[in-house]
Design a protein around this ligand. Structure first.
Ligand code: C2O
Ligand code: CU
Length: 523
């Protein structure tokens, strides 16, 4: 049995248990709903509510945003009742924070969530032992170069009625960052509930490229979910009441900014889409109908060197893509965005096109490669565990980073301003999107190796030539797909701050169950 078959079988059996019970309803098949009856919603832009002196330069005042984590009732589709979600302010995804390089800001994140969680917490996983505070949250700015105390360390969670202030210096290149919950061992549930939003950092360099902007620049936050017939979120359980954790989540309904099958009314001209895969586990393979081109201009940490023409865009959980699509020849037509067999949304292109003076520049910026020889150290880090895919009884085992558990002593301790190469040796049968806090990095290559000999004597024997990263992953990254049976090498300069951060798999079910480790940047 493959992992996927096991997951499907366990989902089917937990549904059977549910159907036998009188009160609960089974998972809805979203394909029975009419498509494209709801317009796309663009999350509101956040507004600051005052000024506050900067922590390290008290003469500088920085805007303070007050953003509350709240339960919200939100309609995902015209024909369904409102769905209970957790969001920020009055929406999920939360409001978009618009930031500019060199202009720091504060966010006070206030936990105004109810006292009880509505999703199945696994109390057997570390960090969840205390039943006193089921509802715990802490917000991390994914891709942000921030001090440890503002980074949303998983153990720094707080309960309802409490808040934390984070300082975001915005001293880094323009990029689509995103904020989301990071509470120890329940991140998968808090994010499944809806605790995430977009943070667009801009700079002068980007301004000068004359990319489509204003209403022609649209964030598209994509994530899969399952719903009950009554429109409420359904998160599966393992069937073992003492250990409800499931190793991955895949739902049949892919939402865009909180709506199922939205349509997007657009003009016959160029658009800039800021794409984020906010799914728990699902990788997206995005395509436009008629095989229309997507021009990717940026990845996780900002602009590429030049646009990359794509027919399929792969996005792992946590990854972002900055994409230009030219609809100039599509007036009066409609196009679909799909992933595998899933329909995501419809673009309705109007007949009349207003003048389009925006550009798709041939050159975007230079990205200096970090020379491998600058590396002060290479770390071999194994992605392992997760049980034996041929033995379903082992499938509730955690996956681990280099054999270590969360509470083991810190082993990764790079020195500030030095370069390291991390070789991610994936011996599991899953692809894992690996994310490091604080830093940006470059992918060197991926290379297949002899798994058997590595497992036997920890000798790395390569079985093919090294493959360089795809053109659309050759810029600055903060999340990298480590494919199964491959060694994925990344080169990282540890810039910014000293202190404790984390690195982890961005499949949230893995992250929550030991596939996350603290790391220290030391002076
Ligand atoms: Cu997007 Cu540590 O997370
Ligand atoms: Cu993983």
């Amino acid at each position: 049995m493959t992992r996927r078959e096991f997951l499907e079988a366990s989902l089917a059996s937990s549904l059977l248990v549910e159907r036998a019970g009188a009160s609960s309803s089974p998972v809805m098949d979203p394909s029975r709903l009419p498509k494209f009856v709801d317009p796309l919603i663009v999350p509101p832009v956040a507004h600051s509510s005052g000024l506050k002196p900067s922590p390290f330069h008290t003469e500088i005042m920085a805007p303070l945003y007050r953003i509350s984590l709240r339960e919200v009732m939100q309609r995902i589709h015209r024909d369904l009742p409102a769905t209970r979600m957790w969001g920020f302010g009055s929406t999920s995804p939360g409001p978009t924070i618009e930031a500019r390089r060199g202009q720091p800001l504060f966010v006070e994140w206030t936990n105004e969530l109810p006292d009880r969680h509505f999703l199945p917490i696994d109390y057997s996983i570390l960090g969840t032992e205390s039943r006193k505070t089921d509802v715990r949250a802490v917000i991390h700015l994914h891709g942000g170069r921030v001090r440890p105390e503002s980074d949303g360390y998983p153990e720094n969670w707080y309960g309802p009625g409490k808040s934390a202030v984070s300082f975001y210096p915005n001293q880094q290149d323009a990029a689509m960052l995103w904020y989301h919950d990071h509470a120890m061992s329940i991140t998968r549930l808090n994010m499944f509930a809806g605790l995430f939003g977009v943070y667009l950092l801009r700079d002068k360099w980007e301004d000068e490229l004359n990319l489509p902007k204003g209403k022609y620049e649209i964030p598209l936050i994509l994530y899969d979910r399952s719903f009950r017939e009554n429109g409420q979120l359904y998160y599966p359980v393992s069937g073992d009441p003492a250990k409800p954790w499931v190793p991955e989540f895949f739902g049949d309904a892919i939402l865009v900014n909180g709506t199922l099958f939205p349509f997007i009314e657009i003009e016959a001209r160029k658009y800039r889409f800021r794409l984020l895969n906010a799914s728990n586990s699902r990788f997206l393979y995005l395509k436009l109908s008629n095989n229309r081109a997507l021009w990717q201009i940026g990845s996780d940490q900002g602009l590429l060197t030049a646009p990359v023409e794509l027919r399929t865009l792969t996005l792992a959980p946590g990854e972002r893509a900055d994409v230009i699509v030219d609809f100039a020849q599509q007036g009066g037509q409609s196009l679909l965005l799909t992933s595998d067999n899933y329909t995501i949304c419809q673009f309705r292109v109007s007949d009349n096109s207003s003048a389009d003076d925006s550009a798709l520049p041939a050159k975007l910026r230079t990205v200096q490669r970090i020379p491998e020889k600058e590396a002060a150290r290479t770390r071999l880090l194994t992605l392992e565990g997760g049980g034996d895919p041929d033995d379903p009884t082992t499938m509730n085992q955690p996956m681990l980073l280099n054999g270590a558990h969360w509470h083991d002593p810190v082993t990764e301790n790079p020195t500030l301003d030095t370069v390291e190469i991390w070789s991610l040796i994936n011996v599991t049968d899953d692809a894992h999107p690996i994310h490091l806090h604080l830093v940006r990095f470059q992918i060197i290559d991926r290379r297949s190796f002899d798994l058997f000999s590595y497992l036997n004597d920890r000798q790395l024997r390569y079985t093919a030539a090294a493959a360089p990263p795809e053109a659309n992953e050759a810029g600055w990254k903060d999340t990298v797909r480590a494919d199964p049976g491959m060694v994925t090498r990344i080169v990282i300069r540890f810039e910014g701050f000293v202190g404790r951060y984390v690195w982890h798999c961005h499949v949230l079910e893995h992250e929550d169950y030991e596939m996350m480790r603290p790391y220290d940047v030391i002076a």
